[in-house]
Design a protein around this ligand. Structure first.
Ligand SMILES: [Zn+2]
Length: 253
């Protein structure tokens, strides 16, 4: 009969108890860490770029997917400029630091950006028929272009393509919307206003530059307004008996 030492069994119990305590400790730690870790930053607004021109996309920022102003604070303006690839990560970080140092300056630049946007909306919607609106927008464009000095650059973007950029010197806030305003200036110079349209859906405020050959683009976006109109047309055909009901089910709404 081999001699059995009770000691190892006792030790095993201690080891098991200790490992259980360690396990509980780490589980508790994990809970605490989870509790205090801020949620991952998620974009608060989905921006749409369907205008074919930067200045028109800027005008469209007035109405985001959630039907509110996409530029509702200075941070959202910076996010829009990033999404439009006007600001790269480094410059956006610099602007954010400056906004913390000069909150009043940041707030003023947001108000100014909205003022520019209102003027550009008038230009997009009625500029082609009203000389007064064209002149007002021109004054606004020159006001922005004239107030900031900076350096023009050509940068290699992350997707491998090249793009122009404008790096303001002095007041960094003042130069934020310069690329937008330059895009509107380009549209005036190139005589593009006659091809700028508002979405045919009366509930939609989006504007766009019609790049189609026949100049008959009607909708800001086929996946939203265009598709809704298509579905409505088919419903009307079904109602009037021009289309069998079974065909309607193939449509997205
Ligand atoms: Zn639309």
């Amino acid at each position: 009969m081999p001699f059995r030492n009770p000691q190892p069994r006792y030790n095993q119990k201690i080891v098991r108890a200790r490992s259980l305590a360690v396990k509980r400790f780490f589980l508790r730690l994990l809970r605490i860490v989870r509790q205090y870790t801020p949620p991952m930053a998620t974009p608060r607004t989905t921006f749409t770029f369907v205008g074919e021109r930067l200045w028109l996309d800027f005008v469209n920022s007035e109405l985001s997917a959630r039907n509110g102003d996409a530029l509702y604070d200075f941070e959202s303006l910076v996010q829009w400029l990033e999404a439009a690839t006007i600001l790269d990560l480094e410059r956006a970080a610099g602007i954010r630091r400056r906004a913390v140092q000069q909150p009043a300056g940041a707030a003023a630049s947001l108000i100014d950006a909205r003022r520019v946007r209102a003027s550009l909306r008038s230009l997009a919607e009625r500029g082609v028929v009203s000389e007064r609106i064209r002149m007002d927008a021109l004054a606004e464009i020159n006001r922005v272009l004239g107030r900031s000095a900076g350096t023009r650059r050509v940068d290699l973007k992350t997707d491998g393509t090249f793009g122009r950029s404008f790096v303001p010197v002095g007041d960094a806030f003042a130069g934020l919307v310069i690329p937008v305003v330059e895009s509107a200036a380009d549209a005036l110079i190139a005589g593009e206003l006659s091809r700028v349209r508002r979405c045919a859906d009366v509930r939609c405020l989006r504007v766009f530059y019609d790049t189609t050959k026949n100049g008959r683009r009607r909708w800001c976006d086929m996946s939203t307004c265009g598709n809704r109109a298509k579905a409505a047309r088919h419903r009307e055909k079904v109602r009037t008996g021009d289309l069998p009901v079974s065909e309607e089910s193939t449509l997205q709404t």
